[in-house]
Design a binder for this molecule. Sequence first.
Ligand code: CUA
Length: 152
Amino acid sequence: TYERLWLIGSMVLIVGFIVTITYGTVGLGITMIGDEEDALSPDDINDDERFAEPGVEQVGEDEFEAHVVAMTFIFQPDPIEIPANNEVTFYVTSRDVIHSFTVVGTNTNTMVIPGEVSTMTVEFDEPGEYGVVCNEYCGSGHHDMEGELIVH
Ligand code: CUA
């Protein structure tokens, strides 16, 4: 009957969505910190020294790590300053709701989820000032949520 077809059709769609979401999350390299019990709750961010004072540090000859916190409606640190022609791994988390960390005009773009850390390794060849914006609706200040990435 028609109803049965609808039911089956919508279940196929739902499964399809779940597969897409799972795949997308894995593809973006979003990882939980430790196991689920150790997941970083938004209240714990200040207890995690990497995020209590977010910033950029050199960890190898040509390697840097940048810890970034997104929150309504800013990014920390601001500006984020990184060197050109070096590998920089970004670790980004949120203090409150879902945001994104999107560097305008580049493919550096990830969803930022409270309790989780999104990681991304990039290398910028072009020194300059890049805008950082949020692509996930996060409240009344969403459209003004912006930061700056300076590549030296
Ligand atoms: Cu943060 Cu939209």
